[in-house]
Design a protein around this ligand. Structure first.
Ligand code: 5AD
Length: 400
C-alpha cells in the first residue's frame, strides 16, 4: 500500500532483518534513502525540527562490574578513579539551567553501597531544590524587565509553552542495576528518568559479555521495576559487539517496543585497549579493515535509529557520542535518520579523560561551554534548533 509521510509501521522481525541486511550489503541505495527519509518524516511529525538537549554529567567512574567491553570496568588497569564532590555536581546542574539545558543525566559506574545511594539522594534533592528556586528567580527577573520580549531573548522558541510543573532541571539517572527500593528512594528524592541499556536483547550474547553476577534476566527485571516505580525509561544497545548478528539487532528493535521504552540510545561498539571484548574482536577479525568496518557499523546504527523511529513513533532517540567517535559529523547525520536528542557532555574537563569508555571518545579536552556551543552549530548545520527551556518529554509518556 502507499505510505504517507509520518506514518508509523508495524514491522515484524523478518521485515526488520531484511532492511538491516540490505543496509549491511550496501547494494540498495534507494532503500536506504527511503528508510532515512521516512524516519525523518516520522521524527518531524512528533518533534518538529526541535532537538532536545540532555546534559551528561559523568560524576564517578568507580565501578564494581566487569563488563568486558568497557574502559572503566572494575579490572581495567591504569584508570584514575574519581567521584565528583556533591556541590560540584549541583553547580553543573545550575550552570545547565542558566544555559537553557533543563535536563541533566547523572551517569556513573555501578556501586551498590548505602553510601553511594545517600550521596545520590542528596545530590538529586539539592539539584531539584536549588534549580527550582533559581528558575523562579530567573522568571521573576524576566517578568520585571519586561515580559515577552525578554523571555524570547533568553529562552528558546518554545519557552512560552512551559507547563507549571516543569520548573528547574529534571534529573535523569544512569547508575545501573539497583534493588527496587533503591529506585523508589531515588524517585522520592526527585529523579524522574532512568537510563539502563540492555546492551543486547540476546541473552546468550549478553552472558558472553557480562561475567556473573550480572545476568540478562536481572537486567530485564530492573527495566520492568523502573517502569513500575514510575520512571521514564531509557534503554539501548551497542551495534557490532563481537559475536552479534543482524538477527540479534532486529530482535533489539522489537525488544524496545516490548519493554515500552520511552528513550532509546544506540551506539557502535568501539574497541578499547585492555578490555576482553576488544581482544575477542581482534581475534575474530584479525585482518579487518577497521575504518571500513566502523563505517558499516555507523550505518547499521543509524539504520537501527530509523527503524526504531518508524516502528515506535513518539519516543526520544539519542544521537549518541559514540557515533561522533566514528564520523566527526556523526551526531548530525543521526539527527537526519530518526534521532531527536543530543547529550552535550557537561562533565568538568579534569575528569573527562578518566571516563574513557572506548577509544577516541570525543570532547575529552573540551569544557561544557564549548560542548554546548559546538552542538548548537552542529544542529544548525542540519537545519535543526534546540528546544531550549523545556524538559522535552515524548507525548507518549505524558499522555499514555
Ligand atoms: N564501545 C561503545 N559503547 C560502549 N559502552 C561501554 N563501553 C563501550 C564501548 N567499548 C556503552 C554501553 C554503556 C554505555 C554507558 O556506554 O552501552 O551502557
Amino acid at each position: 500500500g502507499s505510505l504517507i509521510p509520518g506514518d508509523t509501521l508495524d514491522l515484524d522481525l523478518e521485515q526488520i532483518l531484511g532492511i538491516l541486511e540490505a543496509v549491511w550489503r550496501r547494494g540498495d541505495k534507494m532503500l536506504e534513502r527511503a528508510l532515512y527519509a521516512h524516519a525523518d518524516s516520522v521524527t518531524k511529525r512528533f518533534c518538529g525540527g526541535a532537538v532536545y538537549y540532555r546534559g551528561l554529567v559523568e560524576f564517578s567512574n568507580v565501578c564494581q562490574n566487569d563488563c568486558s567491553y568497557c574502559g572503566i570496568r572494575n579490572h581495567q588497569k591504569d584508570v584514575w578513579r574519581y567521584t565528583m564532590p556533591e556541590e560540584e555536581v549541583v553547580e553543573v546542574a545550575k550552570w545547565a539551567l542558566e544555559n537553557g539545558i533543563r535536563n541533566i543525566m547523572l551517569q556513573s559506574g555501578e556501586l551498590h553501597t548505602e553510601q553511594r545511594l545517600e550521596y545520590l539522594e542528596r545530590v538529586v534533592r539539592a539539584i531539584r531544590q536549588e534549580t527550582v528556586a533559581q528558575d523562579l528567580a530567573m522568571r521573576a527577573e524576566r517578568a520585571k524587565s519586561g515580559g515577552a520580549e525578554a523571555s524570547h531573548a533568553s529562552g528558546g522558541p518554545v519557552e512560552g509553552q512551559l507547563a507549571d510543573e516543569e520548573l528547574g532541571v529534571v534529573v535523569s539517572l544512569s547508575v545501573g542495576e539497583l534493588p527496587i527500593d533503591h529506585y523508589e528512594r531515588l524517585f522520592r528524592a526527585g529523579a524522574r528518568r532512568y537510563l539502563i541499556r540492555i546492551e543486547t536483547s540476546n541473552p546468550d550474547l549478553y552472558a558472553a559479555l557480562h561475567p556473573p553476577p550480572l545476568s540478562w534476566e536481572h537486567r530485564v527485571e530492573c527495566l520492568r521495576n523502573l517502569k513500575k516505580v514510575g520512571y521514564m525509561l531509557g534503554t539501548g544497545v551497542m551495534v557490532g559487539l563481537p559475536g552479534q548478528t543482524l538477527r540479534d539487532l532486529a530482535g533489539d528493535v522489537l525488544f524496545f517496543k516490548e519493554i515500552k521504552a520511552d528513550m532509546i540510545g544506540m551506539g557502535p561498539f568501539i574497541t578499547q585497549d585492555g578490555t576482553p571484548a576488544t581482544e575477542k574482536w581482534t581475534s575474530l577479525y584479525p585482518n579487518a579493515d577497521k575504518t571500513a568496518h566502523m563505517q558499516a557499523m555507523f550505518d547499521l546504527t543509524t539504520a537501527m535509529n530509523a527503524l526504531v523511529r518508524i516502528t515506535m513513533g513518539n519516543v526520544n532517540i539519542s544521537a549518541t557520542t559514540a557515533l561522533q567517535a566514528v564520523i566527526p559529523t556523526g551526531r548530525e547525520i543521526a539527527l537526519e535518520r530518526g534521532a531527536n536528542v543530543v547529550m552535550p557532555i557537561l562533565t568538568p574537563t579534569k575528569y573527562r579523560e578518566s571516563y574513557q569508555l572506548y577509544e577516541g571518545k570525543p570532547c575529552i579536552t573540551d569544557t561544557a561551554v564549548q560542548c554546548r556551543r559546538c552542538l548548537d552549530m552542529r544542529l544548525n548545520s542540519v537545519g535543526k534548533i534546540s528546544a531550549a527551556g523545556v524538559w522535552g518529554d515524548p507525548a507518549s509518556f505524558l499522555h499514555p
